[in-house]
Structure formats: structure tokens, C-alpha cells
Design a protein around this ligand. Structure first.
Ligand code: NDP
Length: 327
């Protein structure tokens, strides 16, 4: 396993990490979850990603139960939670980034995960109804209390992140360290354009999500019509429509042919392409099956194959490279 510093911090995170969205507490049983987590840990994965909203708290309960049952030293892994969407009903104050919900969400995640503190705590989305100052202050307080070690954002705009930094610096508070954006061959704007100055100015780290665009970039929808996948879980039509959009399928087919020519599994190519970006601190893997995870864990070996020539060929298929400002 390769380890990368999370942004400018001293924290070392495995280049491949493991997430629980849609799988833990929902799509897979607890035994499979245990197996997957153990395979990841044994392969050197040291970061597990949770969120209050995943299966409305159940994903973190499953993750916590597994962590508690292992004899893994607490110093050997990093665990996260995310606050914003809530896990209860949708009453006022049960979601968002107010000081109240941030405190209550942190306490609840610590309990579900059976840990004394969270290593990483993310603001899962920006909250248009709470001043950014209130959120920065609440996160700083949690750090002072020893309940979290680092805080960050997920899917915030570059401007919102910069405001958080500005307020933190002005008031001697600890600002956000990391962002969790979607990043894959189809979603590139934030990582390759919008955040560029944040990497340079603030040493921001990133824990990127959906590296395989929910499985599309594994190639499994290229010539087949599998139904035992997340896209066919009840209520996931929105994800199915986005994932199986015609232009994406067409590109995925061409990427599949290219991966065949290169002699690598398409999933590994998609993950290695993400790993190649030096601003990616860790690629969060998702997997509902043991074979998927085992294949994905091999992606680091493919990175050296991504020469300039190979990257250019991929670019010619994707044709979506964000345009950089000329100044
Ligand atoms: P991916 O895009 O990699 O999708 C993972 C899914 O793709 C798997 O569950 C499986 O789904 C399928 N798959 C994975 N590998 C293979 C393979 N080798 N062959 C065939 N199919 C494969 O990642 P996720 O969308 O799961 O995101 C990863 C993590 O990122 C999440 O678990 C979560 O922790 C985090 N996340 C954060 C978000 C945020 O807003 N901050 C949003 C979303 C995710 P299937 O069961 O369909 O086969």
C-alpha cells in the first residue's frame, strides 16, 4: 500500500481507502461487510469512511460493530463521519451545520462507531442557512475538546472553502483540512479546475468519492445488463438515470476497449487514473462483493502504466478536460 499525507497535515492516509455508502447496513449483510473491511485492512487500507446519513445511521453502526470486534489498534486506522443530512427525522435542527446539529451529530457518530474520537469529520454539504463562521467555530471547538482531530468539507464550492479559511485565520481557529469531492473520469471540474488555488494556497487534502462512477467505469454495463447492482435498489432511479446516461455508456464502451488493449481490468484503469492526480490524497473504494474489492485493491500497480501517451489516449476518449483560465 502507498500512503499519502492528507494535504499539508502530518496524517498519513492509504492511497486507497474504503467507504460504506449504500453497502453497509443496506445492500450487503453484516458478514459480508466484516469480510470486506478485513480484506481492506489486511491490504494496508487505513481509512474507513462513514456518514450520519448512510442507511440513516445503520452504516456507521455496522462499521462500529466490526471495529469493536477486531483487535486492531486504534492508532492503525482512521475513521470519519459526516454531518449535514441527519439520521433521524427531518425536524428543524436534525440536519444542517448549526452548532447544535454539529455537536449532536459528532456525539452520535462517536457512539455508533464505538470510538472515543473521530479522526476526520466532514461537513457533508454546505448549509445555506448557517453562517460559515458558526460552522468553523463549532468544528474548532470539537477539535479543542478532543472529539475530532481534523475537519473538512464535502462538495463545497471553492469560494465557500476559502471563506472558511479566511474566517479561521482571522480568528486563530483551525480551518478545514480536506475536501471530499466526487472525482472520476466523468466528473473533473472541481478537482482539476475549481480547487486548484486551494491546493496551492491552503495545502488542502482530498478524499475523493465514486471513483468508478457508481460502477459504470468497471465496464460491467458495457455489454451486459446486470440487475444485482446498486442502480436497481429501490429508490435509486436518480442514480440509475445519471449513471447510465447514453453519452457516458458510449465513452465507457470505448474505455473498455482501450483497457483491453492495454491488458488491464477497466476498473483498475479507472482507479489508477484517479490515483495519478497528485492532488488526490486517497481514493475511497466502494464494493459490494469480495471480488470487486480484491480487483480494486490492485489499482496501484497499474499507475506506472499510465504514461503520457496512455493518458493522452484516454483524454481523446473522454474529451472533457476542464479548460484552465489563461492568466
Ligand atoms: P464507486 O464509484 O467505486 O462505486 C462502487 C460500486 O461500484 C460498488 O459498490 C459496486 O456496486 C461497483 N463496483 C466497484 N468495483 C467494482 C468492480 N471491480 N467490478 C464491478 N463493479 C464494481 O464508489 P462509491 O460510489 O461507492 O463511493 C466510494 C465511497 O465514497 C462511498 O462508500 C462513500 O464512503 C463515499 N461517498 C461520499 C459521498 C459524498 O457526498 N461525500 C457520495 C458518495 C460516496 P454494485 O453493488 O452496483 O456492483
Amino acid at each position: 500500500m502507498e500512503y499519502r499525507r492528507l494535504g499539508k497535515s502530518g496524517l498519513q492516509v492509504s492511497a486507497l481507502s474504503f467507504g460504506t455508502w449504500l453497502t453497509f447496513g443496506k445492500q450487503i449483510d453484516d458478514k459480508t461487510a466484516d469480510k470486506l473491511l478485513s480484506i481492506a485492512y489486511d491490504a494496508g487500507v487505513n481509512f474507513f469512511d462513514g456518514a450520519e446519513i448512510y442507511a440513516r445511521g445503520k452504516a456507521e453502526e455496522v462499521l462500529g460493530k466490526i471495529l469493536k470486534s477486531k483487535d486492531w489498534s486504534r492508532s492503525s486506522y482512521i475513521v470519519s463521519s459526516k454531518v449535514f443530512f441527519g439520521w433521524e427525522k427531518d425536524l428543524p435542527n436534525q440536519r444542517g451545520l448549526s452548532r447544535k446539529h454539529i455537536f449532536e451529530a459528532c456525539e452520535a457518530a462517536i457512539k455508533r462507531l464505538h470510538v472515543d474520537y473521530l479522526d476526520l469529520f466532514f461537513c457533508h454539504r454546505p448549509d445555506k442557512n448557517t453562517p460559515i463562521e458558526e460552522t468553523v467555530e463549532a468544528m474548532n471547538t470539537l477539535i479543542q475538546q478532543g472529539k475530532i482531530l481534523y475537519w473538512g468539507t464535502s462538495e463545497w464550492s471553492g469560494v465557500e472553502i476559502a471563506i472558511a479559511h479566511y474566517y479561521a485565520a482571522k480568528n486563530g481557529l483551525i480551518g478545514p483540512l480536506m475536501e471530499q469531492p466526487q472525482y472520476n473520469m466523468f466528473e473533473r471540474e472541481k478537482m482539476e479546475k475549481e480547487y486548484r488555488m486551494l491546493f496551492r494556497e491552503f495545502g488542502m487534502g482530498t478524499t475523493i468519492w465514486s471513483p468508478l462512477a457508481s460502477g459504470l467505469l468497471s465496464g460491467k454495463y458495457n455489454n451486459a445488463d446486470p440487475k444485482d447492482t446498486r442502480l436497481f435498489i429501490e429508490g435509486m432511479d436518480w442514480l440509475k438515470n445519471r449513471t447510465l446516461a447514453k453519452d457516458r455508456i458510449e465513452k465507457a464502451k470505448r474505455l473498455g476497449q482501450f483497457a483491453d488493449k492495454l491488458g488491464v481490468p477497466m476498473a483498475q484503469l479507472g482507479l489508477a487514473w484517479c490515483l495519478k492526480n497528485p492532488n488526490v490524497s486517497t481514493v475511497i473504494l466502494g464494493a459490494s462483493k469480495v471480488d470487486q474489492l480484491k480487483q480494486n485493491l490492485g489499482a496501484l500497480e497499474i499507475v506506472p502504466k499510465l504514461t503520457d501517451k496512455v493518458m493522452n489516449s484516454i483524454e481523446n476518449i473522454l474529451r472533457n478536460k476542464p479548460v484552465q483560465p489563461e492568466y
